[in-house]
Design a protein around this ligand. Structure first.
Ligand code: PFF
Length: 466
């Protein structure tokens, strides 16, 4: 039994992950999610394929990894939540805005993320019931239409809202378990299985007749398709994908074991995350072309194409069920990290009991999410600036709040933190020889990351045209 402070119920010793391997799986669990399997493929499709991926990779390298490292540094150095970090470092209270913006981003993302996670859970159920079995008896055209029909049906009425409740409930139950018994236990068991399954589906898709066209689409770099807004979208995706700019990696970093090699972890996570996104693309685009779906098919891509792939395979229904179970797992492990941001703030800053913090946060996320993000919900048809609330939450968080949070984190670490403190943390007090990397990182953080962020913003706002 953990010893607890009698008044606050907080554990006397702050929990950490047990080993560097479990740090890796938990952090990868945060990064890998609907962003890889749902967003990356459809955004690549809508923004012209390979060129978008190249820009995206550049952002991962010049923004993603430096900001992830800054967040890890802040978290593990202070062992604190996204708001408390700045008190611990005795920084001006202005900087706490980073934590509060993170809180807001966590909520906005959860509102729509849990909606999509609900669709995934619904698909698991439908696959178990065998709703997709008949697809294999149809011709390509009918199978395609039928698959679209199932998706539309899944989004209609109250059932998607109930599935959203289920998705949020699962997250709440795991989080009540805490860092080790909740987050760590779930991610270390499920991430390896997820990786294996995504490889199997990519390999399978590559043996389909449309594989060549699908590959060409991913690899072809058509730079004319790139616009200011697609560059902004690639940047937003890099932030969203790596769970950056909102204190998630500060919070997880605060749970890292003390001998973890932060640089190593950030590279491994970023690299594996890109690999999973590419595998998802490889699993999806060949099918898109084989079944004559439009590559720019939009957010429904995952829900229409994957059932098609699997339904054509021997034991298709078993594989289909497994794939959606694993997508559900990916979305769940990502949500754990999102919700952990407010939980850590509430339990540490307001001394709230963990259980209460989990219940309050997840209830709020569910209630607002369910009332705003479904076409059939009370506020489902409300539009702000030509976007429905689902798209608005997505846009505001990915394209505005996360990059802005990232900019502030970069500026804080690059210009308001002692170099020596960063060096100390990234080399584990001189134990690992990352010295050269630290110099390079500090250079990028000072001169490249913020400038790039500002240029992309100005470009997207039309103030500067590239
Ligand atoms: N990285 C997750 C994904 O790509 O699906 C999304 C995400 C998780 C964003 C956690 C933000 C976050 F704090």
């Amino acid at each position: 039994m953990k010893r607890r402070n009698e008044e606050t119920g907080l554990p006397l010793k702050r929990e950490t992950f047990s080993t560097s391997l479990t740090v890796f799986f938990a952090t990868l669990g945060s990064a890998v999610g609907l962003g890889n399997i749902w967003k990356f493929p459809y955004m690549t499709g809508m923004n012209g394929g390979g060129a978008f991926i190249l820009v995206y990779l550049l952002f991962v390298l010049l923004l993603g990894i430096p900001i992830m490292l800054s967040e890890f540094y802040l978290g593990r150095k202070t062992r604190s939540n996204a708001v408390g970090v700045f008190d611990k470092l005795k920084a001006h209270r202005f900087w706490k805005i980073i934590g509060y913006m993170g809180l807001l981003s966590a909520l906005l993302i959860m509102f729509f993320y849990s909606t999509v996670a609900g669709w995934v859970y619904a698909y698991v159920f439908r696959a178990l019931k065998g709703d997709f079995r008949f697809l294999k008896n149809l011709g390509l055209e009918e199978a395609r239409a039928a698959s679209e029909g199932i998706f539309t049906d899944t989004l209609t009425g109250v059932s998607p809202m109930i599935w959203q409740a289920v998705a949020v409930l699962v997250v709440a139950v795991i989080l009540i378990g805490g860092v080790k018994k909740g987050i760590e236990r779930v991610t270390k068991t499920l991430m390896p299985v997820l990786l294996l399954l995504i490889i199997i589906s990519a390999v399978r898709a590559l043996t389909l007749p449309g594989a060549g066209q699908g590959l060409a689409f991913l690899m072809k770099a058509d730079f004319s398709a790139l616009t200011g807004s697609s560059i902004l979208a690639a940047m937003g995706l890099a932030f969203f994908k790596l769970s950056l700019g909102m204190g998630t990696m500060v919070t997880y970093g605060s749970y890292f074991n003390k001998d973890n090699n932060l640089m190593g972890t950030s590279f491994k996570v970023a690299f594996s995350d890109v690999a999973v996104s590419m595998l998802a693309g490889l699993a999806i685009f060949p099918v898109v072309f084989t079944f004559n779906l439009a590559p720019e098919g939009g957010p429904g891509l995952l829900f229409q194409t994957i059932p098609l792939v699997f339904s054509m395979l021997p034991f298709g229904n078993v594989l289909l069920t497994a794939f959606f179970v694993l997508t559900a797992i990916a979305s769940t492990t990502a949500m754990l990290s999102m919700v952990e941001v407010p939980i850590a703030i509430l339990t540490e800053e307001l001394k709230m009991k963990r259980r209460l913090a989990v219940i309050l946060t997840t209830s709020l996320m569910f209630l607002v999410g369910v009332l705003t993000t479904h076409p059939d919900a009370v506020f489902g048809t409300v539009e702000v600036a030509g976007k429905n609330l689902f798209d608005l939450f997505d846009y505001l968080s990915s394209n505005l709040l996360l990059p802005l949070g990232g900019l502030l984190i970069t500026l804080f670490v690059a210009y308001f933190t002692k170099k020596e403190s960063i060096r100390e943390e990234l080399t584990n007090g001189g134990e690992i020889g990352n010295g050269k990397f630290v110099d390079a990182l500090l250079f990028v953080l000072k001169y490249i990351t913020p400038v790039l962020l500002i240029i992309v913003f100005l470009n997207a706002l039309g103030i500067l045209s590239l």
